[in-house]
Design a protein around this ligand. Structure first.
Ligand code: PEP
Ligand code: MG
Length: 567
């Protein structure tokens, strides 16, 4: 049995498919037969162009001309006589084709990456793709395609990325196992959104498991049973049945209002990452969207989405929601969310670094194009803007003034948008908790991002196993932060929601009701469960529990008490 972190509930019984990044490692050699090496290089280029043409054709059919043209651009680059000439010169000087390709591509990548100009930096991303594509052909390595995985597959990989999830067919993948990640990492959030049982953070999983072997993934207990006996398979089949039965019972809460036992109403909305997820939010009976993580629009591709592409995505999500609220969070990159084509510098401490609102305020063209796209989409529904990682009032003011600047441009161009669009703050840093009173005077709403708020309050990285004992929203410090943020919002008369994973935690829900939270934003599969958990409590019961908890001194005391009363 392998132990990890249970990150997406449910039981998966199936056969392993290992997803291993192909190694592009090679040992440079001095070639003696230059002509043969030139031929090998030229035929690799031909194969690269053939593969790319086929891919472009398929993308043209599935997505559109523009996306196909991007790939066709790769052919033009590799056929460029200057570039090809430089590579061939190195081969003529007896370098092997791999080394020649790598050296020349890298020279251009470094040159383009250092310009600071968005378009030229995207060229660097193109060259990275070309380099990897050519090296794969020269080295004869092949990628495993997730979309071809047969029914009953358990995916095992180092990390689950958004581009991998794009290839997942829900009906075929019955479990996910990764080597990295935590309850709140993006792998976990993606797995929960897909409703696939997942166990993360099993170090060495890729080496310990082999493709084809039968395993059981227990997403609740956080373990993977290897070489299960027939009795174990039977036991887990029964557990899976019980889990599915409980899910069916939750259906009693579909179509109901979200109210506590006194009848007080709350908003119960969803977290989404793509416009398509808005369908899932509606199917799950969500009352809108409390967090649209827009970085996924930027991550699953190799260049920046244009303003029009973003506008279409935001408008599509809004139309799917049919007038229900849609809170769009502006680009939140950095930390554990990298966008390779932006060429972000490697930092000593990326979670404390140049990320999210900090990056956007310095890259005004990128930020303005996102805000313009959101404003244009606001003509089609109830859209609100939210800034991530705010730590100072100046950042909120700078973001708001950019919104005003873009509004003025739109007015001049006679383009419609919502003049009264609300601009809110994601309170997810210790600083924003401490100055919640000041921020509440200038923000239209708050949404508490407990995933980061826990990390930044406890100075404990959410993905670091060695400090995971500190990373808990039930720490007295984090609960005080949450209470303070909610109280400051209430005093200023602005709504306050929670979009961090804690919003769906049954142990925390009574505390949130008592503090006065007004909106819960959770993953689509959690909607009915959260509605059921809110309905359990009267205000008086929630207050009594909260009073006891807030008088306690340690996280373990709080957890033990809440486990005894809630289970
Ligand atoms: C959070 O920090 O709580 C949050 C919801 O945002 P993310 O998990 O995307 O950082
Ligand atoms: Mg966050």
């Amino acid at each position: 049995m392998l132990k990890g972190i249970g990150a997406s509930d449910g039981i998966g019984i199936g056969h392993v498919l290992l997803i291993v990044e192909p190694s592009l490692h090679y040992t440079p050699t001095t070639v003696t037969d230059v002509d043969a090496e030139l031929t090998r290089y030229r035929s690799a280029v031909e194969q690269f162009c053939d593969n790319t043409t086929a891919q472009a054709e398929s993308i043209r059919r599935s997505t559109g001309d523009k996306e196909a043209e991007i790939l066709e651009g790769h052919i033009a680059i590799i056929r460029d006589p200057f570039m090809g000439g430089e590579i061939e010169k190195l081969i003529q000087a007896q370098q092997c084709a791999e080394a020649a390709v790598e050296q020349i591509c890298q020279m251009f990548i470094d040159m383009f990456s250092s310009t600071g100009d968005d378009l030229t930096m995207q060229r660097a991303a193109d060259l990275r793709d070309i380099k990897d594509g050519l090296l794969s052909i020269l080295l004869g390595v092949q990628e495993v395609k997730i979309s071809d995985a047969p029914a009953g597959t358990i995916l095992v990989c180092k990390e689950l990325t958004p581009s991998m999830t794009a290839g997942i067919k829900k009906e075929n993948i019955v479990g996910i196992v990764t080597e990295t990640g935590s309850q709140t990492s993006h792998s976990a959030i993606l797995a929960r959104a897909l409703e696939i049982p997942a166990v993360l953070s099993i170090s060495g999983a890729v080496n310990q498991l082999s493709s084809g072997e039968l395993v059981i993934v227990d997403g609740k207990a956080g373990c993977v049973v290897t070489a299960p006996s027939p009795e174990e398979v039977e036991t887990y089949r029964n557990k899976r049945e019980a889990f599915l039965r409980e899910r069916r019972e939750l259906e009693a809460y579909r179509g109901k209002k979200t109210v506590d036992a006194d009848g007080t109403a709350y908003e119960l909305v969803c977290n989404i990452g793509t416009p398509k997820d808005a369908h899932q939010a509606m199917e799950a009976d969500g009352e809108g969207v409390g967090l649209f993580r827009t970085e996924f629009l930027f991550m699953d591709r190799d260049r920046l989405p244009t303003e029009d592409e973003q506008f279409e995505a935001y408008k599509q999500a809004s139309l799917i929601l049919k007038g229900k609220p849609l809170i769009i969070r502006t680009l939140d990159i950095g930390g554990d969310k990298d966008i390779p084509y932006l060429g972000l510098a490697k930092e000593e401490n990326p979670f404390m670094g140049f990320r999210a609102i900090r990056y956007c305020l310095k890259n005004r063209d990128l930020f303005k194009s996102q805000i313009k796209a959101i404003l244009r989409a606001s003509a089609f529904g109830d859209i609100r803007i939210m800034f991530p990682l705010i730590t100072a009032v100046e950042e909120l003011r700078a973001g708001k003034s950019l919104v005003e600047e873009v509004k003025a441009n739109l007015r001049t161009s006679h383009i419609s948008f919502d003049e009264n669009i609300k601009v809110g703050v994601m309170t997810e840093t210790a600083a924003s908790g401490v100055i919640a009173d000041l921020l509440a005077k200038e923000a239209d709403f708050f949404s508490i991002g407990t995933n980061d708020l826990t990390g930044y309050t406890m100075a404990a990285d959410r993905g670091n196993r060695d400090v995971s004992y500190l990373y808990s929203p039930l720490q007295p410090s984090v609960l005080r932060m949450i209470r303070r943020i909610i109280t400051c919002a209430a005093e200023a008369g602005i709504p306050v929601g929670m979009c961090g994973e804690a919003a769906a935690n049954p142990m925390i829900i009574p505390l949130l009701l008592s503090f006065g939270l007004t909106e819960f934003s959770v993953s689509a599969p959690s909607v009915l469960k959260v509605r059921k958990n809110i309905a359990k409590w009267t205000k008086a019961e929630a207050d009594a529990i909260t009073e006891k908890v807030m008088a306690m001194t340690t996280e373990s005391e709080i957890t033990a008490y809440l486990t005894s009363v809630i289970g």
